[in-house]
Design a protein around this ligand. Structure first.
Ligand code: ADP
Length: 158
């Protein structure tokens, strides 16, 4: 069984993430969208909220599972028997960052391969970071997030 892990913070999930998963589905038997917990990172949304949104968004996809993990992505992959990682490339800075991580995961994870998808041109400006800025700044992020996601009102005006 070909399993790919799509790791990320998903703080919150965007239509860019969904696009990546749907494009990768024909390549794998199962895709596990996994929230990686980094103790040093500050998140806008709780783990429970991010997982609930991911579950809602991928509810209609039988080959997609939602999970979370602590510590190294490569060790999580080994634990669940996934030999592939899924990541997206929007621009050169994504590439520089992802190249090193992918090489490390290949070594640490005993041959795990990262499969990269180039962002669609109409989605390549979308990131969780800009979505968070729009939400915190009181703007409307609806154009960038899946329709299932309703941002709590307390985030609309700070
Ligand atoms: P991280 O916290 O690791 O940056 P993110 O949740 O921000 O995780 O992103 C997870 C993955 O999704 C990354 O590989 C990123 O490149 C990819 N990604 C995010 N937005 C897009 C997009 N608009 N198009 C394609 N890939 C994207």
């Amino acid at each position: 069984m070909k399993i790919a892990v799509f790791p990320g913070s998903f703080d919150p999930i965007t239509i860019g993430h969904v696009d990546l998963v749907t494009r990768a589905l024909p390549l794998f038997d199962q895709i596990i969208v996994a929230v990686g917990l980094n103790t040093t990172k500050k998140y806008l949304f709780s783990l429970e909220q991010r997982l609930a949104w991911l579950r809602q968004v991928f509810a209609g996809y039988p080959n997609v599972r939602v999970d979370y993990f602590e510590n190294l992505t490569a060790h999580y992959c080994q634990r669940i028997g996934a030999r592939y990682l899924l990541r997206g490339l929007r621009n050169g800075s994504d590439f520089d960052y992802e190249k090193t991580i992918s090489q490390l995961n290949h070594i640490v994870g005993g041959g795990i391969e990262t499969v990269f998808f180039i962002a669609q041109p109409e989605l390549s400006h979308i990131s969780s970071t800009i979505v968070r800025e729009i939400i915190v700044g009181g703007g409307n992020a609806a154009l960038f997030i899946p329709k299932e996601i309703k941002i709590p009102t307390e985030f609309k005006r700070l």
